[in-house]
Ligand binder design. Structure first.
Ligand SMILES: Nc1ncnc2c1ncn2[C@@H]1O[C@H](COP(=O)(O)OP(=O)(O)O)[C@@H](O)[C@H]1O
Ligand SMILES: N[C@@H](CCC(=O)OP(=O)(O)O)C(=O)O
Length: 369
């Protein structure tokens, strides 16, 4: 057993560490991260790597080009190969590339498939290296930043820890690059609005999301029971400290009572693709018998969703009742809602249950306070 009792960890590496000067991929900072990964594996800890940096690594091949969206997508395609080759050279065991979009994670079958692939790679001693598939993704399909992606993957992999390697020592009470008097928070026990208020965006021209997306990631991971660290990936000291079981930056403590797996997935990974709105006096106990929600209860439908997508069920006054997997498309549910609103007498057609008990994640607001 190791100092920290980890069996499996996810390490996320930011773009500034991969391609610090946007002149291609550099192994300068990756070497100490690779050594840490090797040491963890020697200690019996399975490691999953989430690596940013394809766009930054590919930028040097497009000199003089305006960084438009198509050019960035091309940079990602070209830089990804260079980045994978750089990582691969640092290890004497095999690595595997997995490129994903949010569409692969919000669909339950595809999510399970990703989970299974990660498990299988790890059980064969292969290091999975993941990134968002920036070349094919669109606004609607993307996660958008690798902090949140790494937390979704830490939950999928059922990791014990998520280590986010960045270009700062951790979370400060304000951006240390713009405030000389900023002080670091070494431990965060609860992620509150005040914590979010401390976080600003990225100031480097290669980072995405800054500290805000790291706090979102920490919230996702800690609510799954995963302890989360933000450390400075520029310095070997961070990794030496982690190996000694010491806090190397900011540690976010995991929830004492983590969310159930499917509740976590619906809340933090799949996210609602649309809404079903019910009467304010709707009082069915969704957790006990969600089959009570049928087409007769629907007032209106918002967004476009398909059978199997996650939806938010809420009351007309805005109270959020539950996230749930929809058994019907938005198109069909809108038809039922329109018919209900016309009050056209007894319904000729009614739906079966719109959501099913085992695919419901109750939201706090619905707990009757
Ligand atoms: N409260 C804060 N504490 C630390 N860094 C912050 C804070 N607010 C904003 N930042 C910015 O977040 C940056 C790290 O995020 P980002 O640039 O996205 O890096 P990465 O590529 O590692 O994801 C820091 O360099 C800093 O400019
Ligand atoms: N997927 C992108 C990185 C997105 C991202 O979140 O970047 P970063 O903030 O540096 O972790 C890429 O490979 O360039």
């Amino acid at each position: 057993m190791n100092e920290f009792n980890w069996k499996r960890i996810v390490i996320k590496v930011g773009s500034a560490l991969i391609a610090p000067d946007k002149k291609g991929c550099s192994s300068h900072y990756l070497l100490s991260i690779a050594q840490f990964i090797v040491r963890c594996r020697t200690l019996g800890v399975e490691v999953v790597l989430v690596s940013s940096g394809s766009i930054a690594a590919g930028a040097h091949m497009f000199s003089g080009a305006e960084p438009t969206l198509p050019v960035k997508k091309a940079m990602a395609a070209a830089g990804q190969t260079e980045m994978m080759a750089t990582w691969d050279r640092l290890f004497d065991f095999p690595t595997a590339q997995i490129l994903l979009t949010h569409a692969d994670l919000r669909n339950r079958d595809r999510y399970i498939s990703v989970k299974d692939t990660i498990d299988t790679l790890l059980s064969h001693g292969i290091l999975p290296i993941l990134n968002e598939n920036d070349t094919v993704t669109t606004d609607k399909l993307k996660v958008g930043d690798n902090d949140n992606l790494s937390a979704m993957l830490a939950a999928a992999a059922n990791a014990d820890a998520l280590i986010i390697c960045s270009d700062v020592d951790g979370l400060y009470d304000r951006n240390p690059h713009t405030h000389d008097d900023a002080t670091i928070l070494s431990e965060v026990n609860e992620i509150t609005e005040e914590i979010y208020a401390m976080a600003g965006g990225a100031t480097s021209d290669v980072g995405t999301g800054g500290m805000k997306t790291k706090i979102e990631a920490a919230e996702k991971a800690t609510s799954h029971g995963i302890e989360t660290f933000i450390v400075n990936g520029f310095t070997q000291l961070s990794f030496n400290m982690l190996l000694e079981g010491k806090n190397a930056g900011t540690i976010f403590k995991p929830y004492a009572e983590p969310m159930q797996e499917h509740v976590h997935w619906m809340t933090h990974t799949s996210k609602a693709q649309g809404e079903v709105i019910v009467e304010n006096d709707f009082d069915a106990a969704l957790d006990a018998d969600s089959e009570q929600l049928t087409s007769d209860e629907i007032l209106s439908v918002e967004g476009d969703f398909l059978v199997g997508d996650t939806i938010l069920v809420r009351k007309d006054d805005g109270t959020k009742l539950a996230n749930a997997k929809s058994n019907y498309s938005s198109c069909l549910l809108s038809f039922f809602a329109d018919r209900n609103n016309e009050q056209a007498g007894p319904a000729e057609y009614t739906s079966g249950p719109i959501i099913s008990e085992k695919n419901v994640a109750l939201l706090d607001e619905s707990k009757g306070d």
